[in-house]
Design a protein around this ligand. Structure first.
Ligand SMILES: *Cc1c(COP(=O)(O)O)cnc(C)c1O
Length: 224
């Protein structure tokens, strides 16, 4: 399946007006596909699997900003700590402590987003609001991580109102903590929400960063 460069150009145009960043989600896709978008100017790429991310980062251009968007296991942080640009799915203090430790070893500060559970499905990872506050309260002890904002995934649902309400909820939590994110990270705060099927809604509800895969690269074949 060829890369959909037309869709890419259209999405880029759409995102400019809302000042939203595009993370091109390239999991399971070959390096040639990433390079096609790279040639068009894309620099932010998102991956879900540590080994795949490490392999791609080693063979693709150095100026790519690599986003880890999957569920990260503590014992694998060390492999991506030297170069990862932003870790989206942080959902425990234990994981944050390990990221802090590995960042320190690499003499850097790693930017992270805390993942909030907004979908109804039990399978989706993420923190509730109480856990979020608990993590924020402990962050002073972790000088090598920088919390830049929040990430979330809406339900895979035909119910458009439900999806929108989940985004609204996440944006509400984001806004409640926004001034803290700005103070803590000294950066424009990030709200990472929206995928191929729901990114337009996510932008309307305040997303600043969308993670789009299949619209750009075609459907994924996990059996390969
Ligand atoms: C795979 C994935 C995406 C991209 O999904 P598409 O529906 O292909 O756009 C976005 N975010 C996360 C966390 C993912 O795992």
């Amino acid at each position: 399946m060829p890369v959909n460069t037309i869709a890419y150009q259209n999405i880029i145009k759409e995102l400019i007006s809302s000042n939203t960043i595009l993370v091109a989600v390239s999991k399971t896709k070959p390096n040639e596909d990433l390079m096609e978008l790279y040639e068009l100017g894309q620099r932010d790429f998102g991956e879900n699997y540590v080994q795949e991310l490490v392999d791609k980062a080693a063979s693709l251009p150095n100026d790519i900003r690599w986003h880890f968007i999957g569920h990260l296991q503590s014992n694998k942080v060390k492999y991506i700590a030297p170069f990862v640009h932003l870790i989206h799915g942080v959902d425990s203090l234990k994981l944050l402590q390990e990221i802090n430790k590995q960042a320190f070893k690499n003499n850097r500060v790693i930017d992270c987003l805390l993942q909030i559970h907004i979908a109804e499905e039990e399978t989706k990872f993420g923190l509730d609001e109480t856990e979020l506050e608990q993590i924020i309260a402990q962050i002073g002890q972790l000088p090598n991580v920088r919390i830049c904002g929040l990430m979330g995934m809406a339900s895979f649902s035909e119910d458009q109102i439900k999806v929108r309400n989940e985004f609204k909820k996440l944006n509400h939590i984001f806004n409640q903590n926004k001034s803290w994110f700005i103070k803590h990270s000294s950066k424009e705060p990030i709200l990472s929400m929206g995928m191929s099927g729901d990114y337009a809604k996510a932008i309307e509800e305040g997303s600043t960063m969308v993670r789009i895969g299949s619209l750009l690269f075609g459907a994924r074949n996990y059996a390969q």
